[in-house]
Design a protein around this ligand. Structure first.
Ligand code: 7PM
Length: 285
């Protein structure tokens, strides 16, 4: 698929898989005096991920923790804005902002971010219009329930891949109706969000079914509990399992892999791509 995404001043060529590096901005580190140390650490971490081959830096993600209490828009802005500005100014990075908050989405474009990554698929009041107004591409992710309850008893009638595809198709239609064109949309099955381990495994096994939507596919399985529960590994020992999932996701059409371990993932993507292309120059370096 020859997807090309206009991400602010960056053009993202998706003719081969890209790696998105996860940069967690812990809330407390930017409000108290520790601002500069933590910001400097974040910059260095992002710089390393870019050097290792990440095409995108995803900022946020903390506010999506299951059981997480909602943060105020101002608090989320205070946490995210300094990092996005610094990443753009210092590293000219393609920054994806992980947010469900309309105010943050509006600001994201102004801060120089290149993409909005919404784990709530723009369902929040005002999010659709804010995202449309930002001019940025938006990743729509499937999630069942809210963080406070999504892992209690996830249940799906039809096979989960049909539920996910139907939901994402409806969200895409809602975006188009609001003037957010398809060429600015990405979809994501939302591994781990309101899904049992079996749901997650089945979703990856049949993930190629999402290609019927003909949209760039972003997947995030890095260090997630689906690896922990199958292999019995703690979060810091989930890289081998994650690389196996990366290879399978690339084989099933994933365009963007959202991961914590960029260098290792770049090798897994390049190796998988070499097989699928029957050789040729590895695309990522
Ligand atoms: N598009 C997209 N955005 C994402 N943000 C996240 S946060 C997640 C994590 O484990 O990173 C997480 C879950 C629970 C607590 C902390 C962090 N996961 C995805 C994903 O799978 N897709």
């Amino acid at each position: 698929n020859a997807f090309q995404l206009r991400c602010g001043r960056h053009l993202l060529d998706l003719s081969f898989p890209r790696v998105m590096g996860v940069l967690n901005v812990t809330p407390d580190s930017f409000s108290d005096g520790g601002q500069h140390v933590a910001l400097d650490d974040a910059l260095r971490h992002a710089e390393r991920m870019l050097a290792e081959g990440a095409a995108i830096i995803d900022v946020g993600g903390e506010s999506t923790r299951p059981g997480a209490l909602p943060v105020s828009p101002q608090e989320e802005l205070d946490r995210v804005a300094p990092v996005v500005e610094a990443l753009v100014r210092e590293l000219d990075a393609l920054v994806s902002v992980d947010t469900s908050c309309p105010a943050v989405m509006r600001e994201a474009g102004e801060l120089g971010a290149g993409m909005i990554n919404d784990v709530r698929a723009l369902e929040r009041e005002g999010a659709l219009l804010a995202a449309a107004g930002s001019g940025l591409p938006v990743c729509l992710m499937h999630r069942q329930g809210e963080p406070q309850n999504m892992q209690q008893a996830p249940s799906y009638q039809q096979p989960v891949e049909e539920v996910v595809a139907d939901y994402l198709a409806r969200r895409v239609a809602a975006c188009e109706a609001a003037g957010l064109r398809r060429n600015r949309l990405l979809i994501d099955p939302g591994f781990g969000f309101g899904k049992s381990v079996e749901h997650n495994l089945r979703l990856l096994k049949y993930m190629q079914s999402l290609q019927t939507l003909a949209l760039p596919l972003l997947v995030g399985m890095s260090r997630k509990s689906m690896i922990g529960k199958v292999l019995g590994r703690p979060v810091e020992e989930r890289l081998p399992g994650g690389l196996a999932l990366t290879a399978m996701a690339v084989e099933r059409g994933a365009n963007i892999l959202r991961v914590h371990d960029v260098a290792a993932t770049v090798d897994a993507v390049n190796m998988t791509w070499a097989v699928l292309q029957e050789g040729g120059e590895p695309p990522l370096h």
